[in-house]
Design a protein around this ligand. Sequence first.
Ligand SMILES: Cc1cc2nc3c(=O)[nH]c(=O)nc-3n(C[C@H](O)[C@H](O)[C@H](O)COP(=O)(O)OP(=O)(O)OC[C@H]3O[C@@H](n4cnc5c(N)ncnc54)[C@H](O)[C@@H]3O)c2cc1C
Length: 411
Amino acid sequence: MAEFIVLGAGMVGIGAALALQARGHAVTVLDRSAPGTETSHGNAGVIQAEAVEPYAIPRDLATLFSYATGQSNDVLWHLRDLPAVAPALWRYFRHSAPARHAVLSKGYAPLVLSATADHAPLIAASESEALIRRTGLGELYRTARALDAAAANAERMRDRYGLGSEVLTGSALAEAEPALNGPLAGMLLWTDSWSSSDPGALTRAYADLFLARGGRVLTGDATSLTETGSGWTVESSEGPVEASDVVVALGPWSPDLLAPLGYRIHMIWKRGYHGHFNAPTPLNRPCLDDANGIVMSSMTRGLRITTGAELVGRNAPRTLRQLERGQRAARELLDLGAPVPDSTWHGHRPCLPDMLPLVGAAPRHRGLWFDFGHGHQGFTLGPTTGRLLADIVEGQTDAVTAALSPALRGV
Ligand SMILES: Cc1cc2nc3c(=O)[nH]c(=O)nc-3n(C[C@H](O)[C@H](O)[C@H](O)COP(=O)(O)OP(=O)(O)OC[C@H]3O[C@@H](n4cnc5c(N)ncnc54)[C@H](O)[C@@H]3O)c2cc1C
């Protein structure tokens, strides 16, 4: 069995490490910080069974106009960053054409549809049940028109993918979410989605499971990776680590590692922010305020608000504009309470223009494997793409793995 180094200890790297370990490989995970402390910590914590169709750039002029003029809180862009982000965005726009998006959704849906089933044994084995809610994901709508449109879409999703949903209004909504007291037409509840009250802690619990099963987690800088005659070596705080095979699971930082090896990855870093608040009444499930591009979810540190996408260079200065606007919107819907001090964060959804993660063999290097680019759903998909990567390593390929293949996608 090959020896693997997995670079990156987010949900994706830990998911891959557990899957490779389960197939009998000796696996070392290397990260510059502790597991689950970056993007896999800061997200909205939804295991998104409903997200079977990847998020495309909308094509209707009204939405594009609201993005361009800064009216929508979903997307924020800056003239300063436009030259850097425009080439990847243009590719993303082209992949968002309806016919192309339909093809990409065929590749994406099987991944998302197996995500809760792939998390379930890890939740059980890591004894993480207390971090999990199986109460769905709520989408909140302020007008009857928007709620009706969401309900019609949910019916289409039920017919096409078998996804469960309910529409809650009036007393049913009040019973489901006593914290909500604002001007709402209702909630579209996706019943199959799960969520975590602490996504970083869940990632760390999976990392502890990996350790308990005999894995190693070391501290080190992945950019020290070098190719040797027989494989790869990387520097760690415990000295050099050698292996025949390496998995790149560095999320938003994956392109940095791969550029010197000759792989140009067009990544769109969709920055998101979070902040926590001392809301007196918790929400029973994550709730998306559709009109304001925020998700509100009760977490260990308080009620977490996460924002939509800020299109920036990864090292651009932070602007709390979307979070402040989201906070004002949230206060219309519930008693948010005071902000929890020092609890704001930002990170980047590692999005690829064709909206699918890259999973499989690097086209031009022996023993180098990709598992990154999970965009909006890496917390959902880490265990699933880990399992698929382990299949690919064993030579098991099919239509699902072909859709993710770096070689077939021209990397
Ligand atoms: C605001 C927001 C909300 C989101 N909500 C959801 C959600 O509800 N559901 C969902 O499924 N997804 C969500 N996502 C997306 C999800 O968080 C990401 O897709 C996922 O966390 C990516 O996981 P990862 O393991 O690839 O990356 P990360 O978790 O970022 O892990 C990458 C690791 O690489 C390490 N690293 C980087 N460079 C080096 C180096 N040179 N040397 C060593 N280590 C290095 C980092 O320390 C880090 O631990 C959200 C994202 C954001 C920003």
